[in-house]
Design a protein around this ligand. Structure first.
Ligand code: FE2
Length: 149
């Protein structure tokens, strides 16, 4: 069901938001300033998406999940530990997370198209573009990092 998939997506976004901010706090290394700032941009973006998805679920006459417990029960995103981490570790991890979000959004779009829910489908297009751009940038970052090492 699309609502269930949207709530799974909403849960993943909430846990991913917390994870990105955790990394924003715990990034260490010579590229601290750049990565600290980039992570803030990424989690602010995810935070806007959390609100947008919850309100989209409401506009469909359904109920968005609103408790941390709800999110942790079903999320596909693994939380970050309370530990200092290098930018390489952080971006390798969140690259996988963005790919999970791409899978969520692709499935929702396919189901929405099949059920003539075009507003849901159009919304998913925006997310796909956003995630694919981030995935490309993260891959560039990691490629440059690996060349230096
Ligand atoms: Fe901050």
């Amino acid at each position: 069901m699309i609502t269930e998939d949207l709530n799974l997506f909403l849960s993943n976004l909430n846990v991913f938001y917390r994870k990105l901010q955790n990394y924003h706090w715990n990034i260490i290394g010579e590229d601290f300033f750049d990565v600290h700032t980039k992570l803030e941009e990424l989690y602010n973006n995810i935070n806007n998406q959390i609100d947008e998805i919850a309100e989209h679920i409401l506009s469909m006459g359904q109920m968005p999940l609103g408790r941390m417990k709800d999110y942790l029960d079903i999320t596909q995103i693994t939380e970050a530990e309370n530990e200092k981490k290098s930018s390489k570790h952080i971006f390798e991890t969140i690259l996988k997370d963005y790919n999970i979000l791409v899978e969520n959004v692709t499935k929702i779009k396919e189901d929405a198209d099949n059920q003539n829910k075009y507003s849901t489908s159009a919304l998913m297009d925006e997310y796909l573009l956003n995630y694919e751009k981030n995935i490309w940038m993260i891959k560039q970052f990691l490629m440059n990092k690996n060349e230096k090492n």
